[in-house]
Design a protein around this ligand. Structure first.
Ligand code: C2O
Ligand code: CU
Ligand code: CU
Length: 561
């Protein structure tokens, strides 16, 4: 591997950054010397960044019109796996808006990650990345998912507060040739004060959906099964209407991934590599190192690390980021930062202000990583010479645009309420460690039929998440609820991590203390390392919130159709 020097030494140059005929594989720290480099050349920054299409509902049902609402196809028996039990038993305030019906087919497709190279993929609606869903508080949806692939799938909406039945539990499969109806109420939790009001401090913004099939997640995701789900509510709509946050064409979800290709154009994936998949082609919204034309104004970029195992430390070759969100949630106030650390599954929602930018700005990754173990130092020096591997290029055009969005560091966004230590009733400890070449939590492998934690619905808990070491990184994701990272190795974490997260990055030997409240839904749900190879090799546990602490475990089998 040439490391950094080959790809993007000093400032990335426009057009072909490595002389004639760029071999992307040569430019990056790959997965050790043992894996073949992708045998293709292309000229980076010559292809426009794709924008995944927004998914349109196939029907919009007025819940007050009985002819519409009585004749829905979404009934038990009409679909192999039915919809969540909550669909038939909703509190009245779950459906302030219309019910939107969507249909999506999981099927094979062909996609050009590199121009001219036909790569077979597995995609939601056959495309990669999948279509972007846009949803709104209290406007529920039913998503009928077909499976035209010849592999089991399970669709998880990452960052959502959703019933267990539609959460993409690893073995609540959509089997080949069959379909499942997922019911997303699109609510947020209620306030803990008993008022019954929505706790809009918990309303999400940037979620994503991806495959979660048991033992198959890593391969299905690498083959293309991931997309965005953007949520909004009255508070966030007001921020856009008041011109505080950019909206419309200036609000772009951007997924960063890495892929490796074989000479026939297929995606290289080794099902026996349990350390973590690393590609040698940097892929942004499905295209290798694209460009994006921007005006001289502010943009909102919702970055997602959609890679299986690669971490990114992002910088711009000019200017800083104004971070407005972490994972699913807006921050209480905007924060200025020059770097963004992303682990697999993490989102960071940022504003970039191109008003005074030069004509070309690059988004670069300055982390070195040559194995699934995790990143190994940075490639950049503080002077921003030798800035790292360029992910994409922004071409800045035209005059300064007036009347631009007003957000700046310090701008108030979404309020946050900390869980008080006095509210916590239970402390649990989880050690994430390696054993015999596989991955365990507290000495156990994932068992989809065993509940490893049974919190009481409505209670708050303290979870101590510990990395067992060995130099491995484990980005730990907990479904259903936001968690508040109160201590990272005994210290208060960085400002952007002090509020709500759904992925806690555990570097080697790190310990995170997180507080969270269990609300609304009983289980089962999972939490796991989001290095997808670690997850598939069983670094995953079940938590099963119960309404009453003495209640017998909900037999997990009862969730089967
Ligand atoms: Cu993003 Cu359980 O996953
Ligand atoms: Cu999740
Ligand atoms: Cu891990």
């Amino acid at each position: 591997m040439l490391g950094l020097a080959g790809a993007a030494s000093a400032r990335p140059q426009g057009g072909n950054c490595r002389g004639s005929g760029t071999t992307p594989g040569g430019g990056f720290d790959g997965n050790g010397a043992s894996l073949p480099s992708s045998p293709f050349t292309y000229v980076p920054f010559t292809r426009e960044m794709p924008k995944p299409p927004v998914k349109a509902p196939c029907a919009i049902i007025d819940p007050t019109n009985p002819t519409q609402s009585n004749n829905l196809p979404w009934q038990p028996g009409n679909c192999h796996h039915g919809v969540a039990p909550e669909y038939f038993n909703q509190p009245s305030d779950w459906q302030a808006g219309p019910l939107k019906l969507y249909e999506m087919d999981q099927k094979d497709g062909v996609h050009e990650i590199i121009p001219g190279v036909q790569t077979p993929i597995r995609g939601y609606d056959g495309i990669y990345p999948g279509p972007t869903f846009r949803s709104r508080m209290c406007e529920p949806m039913v998503l009928r998912v077909k499976n035209s692939l010849n592999t089991q799938t399970s669709v998880h909406l990452h960052g959502a507060h959703n019933p267990a039945h539609c959460d993409g539990y690893p073995n609540f499969y959509v089997s080949p040739g069959q379909q499942r109806d997922y019911y997303y109420p699109n609510i947020c939790p209620r306030k803990p004060d008993g008022s019954g009001q929505w706790d809009t401090t918990e309303s999400p913004s940037t979620m994503w959906y991806h495959d979660h099939g048991m033992d198959l997640t890593a391969e299905n995701v690498v083959m293309g099964m991931a997309g965005f789900h953007i949520f909004t509510d009255a508070l966030e709509e007001q921020l856009v209407a008041d011109n505080v946050l950019p909206g419309g064409d200036q609000d772009l979800p951007i997924v960063l991934q890495d892929r490796r290709l074989r000479s026939d154009g297929t995606i290289f994936f080794d099902a026996l590599d349990h350390n973590g998949y690393l590609g040698d082609i940097m892929v942004v919204n499905g295209a290798a190192q694209p460009f994006l034309r921007v005006q001289r104004r502010k943009y909102r970029f919702r970055f997602l690390d959609g890679a299986n195992a690669r971490f990114f430390l992002l910088r711009l070759t000019w200017g800083n980021f104004t971070q407005i969100g972490n994972d699913s949630w807006l921050l209480p106030q905007a924060i200025e930062t020059n770097e963004l650390l992303l682990s697999p599954a993490k989102r960071t929602d940022v504003i970039v202000d191109f008003t005074n930018a030069p004509n070309e700005v690059y988004l670069v990754n300055i982390l070195k990583q040559d194995s699934g173990r995790g990143p190994g130092g940075t490639t950049a020096n503080p002077q921003r010479l030798n800035p790292g591997v360029p992910m994409m290029k922004f071409i800045v055009e035209g005059p300064v645009v007036g009347n631009d969005a007003t957000v700046v560091p310090g701008t108030p966004l979404r309020p946050h309420h900390s869980i008080a230590p006095s509210e916590i009733t239970t402390t649990r400890e989880f050690l994430f460690h390696r054993s015999n070449g596989a991955w365990m939590i507290n000495g156990k492998f994932f068992d989809e039929f065993r509940a490893d934690a049974t919190p009481t619905v409505g209670s708050a808990e303290r979870w101590i998440l510990k990395n067992g070491g060995g130099g491995w990184w484990h980005p730990v994701h907990i479904h259903l609820e936001s968690h508040q990272i109160v201590k990272l190795n005994g210290q208060t974490p960085a400002p952007s991590l002090r509020y709500k997260s759904d992925v806690a990055i555990l570097g080697p030997n790190d310990t995170a203390e997180v507080h969270m409240r269990f609300r609304t839904f009983t289980g089962p749900f999972v939490f796991h390392c989001h290095n997808l190879e670690h997850e598939d090799m069983r670094m995953m546990f079940v938590f099963d919130p119960r309404t009453n602490p003495t209640q017998a475990p909900q037999p997990i089998q009862s969730y089967y159709p």
